[in-house]
Design a binder for this molecule. Structure first.
Ligand SMILES: [Mg+2]
Length: 264
């Protein structure tokens, strides 16, 4: 085998809505027994690591907070590392606020912010957009948790964080200074730093070609697409080389036994 770690996407890989993917909890257990260090990664910034741990536990997964990387946590870590502290205006939900608060930032409700951090906000309003715009005009930095256009649900797609980011981009005529989520590399870089492994000895397991696989390939990880989520075999055939996974599996449940067959 030779792999030392795996970075695993959540939605469409381990969970579908409010159910675990069949066989996924056992597969994670087996990957641990095989000695792999694990990081679980999601673009979704609505839950903090504390909230994600609880949600995954309820779905049958034993995962530590330290193993979880959401774009909310990574945005907070990035800002703390780069700027130390400051005032933040958030377009986003409780989980994003919790991570920024835990990282020591002052959460403010007006345009006197040093940073505007934008994630999925199901209570998005004109007023929030106006405050964010005024903050950017005064020189605040613009951080997007991710640019996902939509959020897949059982009853069809809903607007994703990228839809909120796009309205602020349009209003301000300014692009984000940083986009944290996949396919951008910040979360992958942070994962490798925490894992202490090289890209080529690290697996990336995801369900979406244009975020997981594109970013994973760009980072040099060994990319595995599972077919339990968004992307299909037809999507792979219709996409360019940057989007092609190294391995395709019906489900993450097959990954532990497959690993013995792969030479890196
Ligand atoms: Mg996914």
């Amino acid at each position: 085998m030779g792999f030392k770690a795996a970075v695993i996407d959540l939605d469409g890989v381990l969970v579908l809505g409010n159910d675990a993917v069949q066989g996924a909890p056992a597969a994670i257990k087996r990957l641990r027994e095989l000695g792999l260090k694990l990081r679980f990664m999601t673009n979704n910034a609505t839950r903090s690591r504390r909230m994600l741990k609880k949600y995954l536990f309820e779905n049958g997964f034993s995962i530590e907070e330290e193993e979880l990387m959401s774009s909310a946590y990574c945005a907070a870590s990035y800002l703390r590392e780069k700027f130390g502290n400051g005032r933040v205006f958030i377009i986003g939900e409780e989980g994003l606020a919790e991570e920024l608060d835990r990282a020591g930032f002052d959460l403010v409700a007006d345009e006197g912010a040093d940073f505007v951090v934008v994630g999925l906000d199901r209570h998005f309003t004109y007023e929030k957009l106006a405050i964010a715009l005024r903050a950017l005009k005064r020189g605040a930095r613009f951080i997007a948790t991710n640019e996902d256009a939509t959020l897949p649900t059982e009853s069809g797609p809903l607007p994703g964080a990228g839809s909120m980011v796009a309205s602020l981009v349009w209003a301000s005529q300014k692009k984000p200074d940083v986009v944290v989520g996949k396919p951008y590399l910040l979360m992958f870089e942070q994962a490798l730093k925490e894992l202490g492994t090289k890209a080529e000895e690290t697996l990336l397991v995801g369900d979406r070609l244009e975020t997981d696989i594109l970013g994973g390939n760009d980072m040099g990880l060994y990319t595995v697409l599972v077919l339990t989520g968004v992307s299909t075999r037809a999507d792979i055939e219709n996409s360019g080389p940057d989007y092609k996974p190294k391995l395709i599996l019906d489900s993450i449940a097959q990954l532990p036994e497959k690993l013995g067959e792969i030479e890196i």
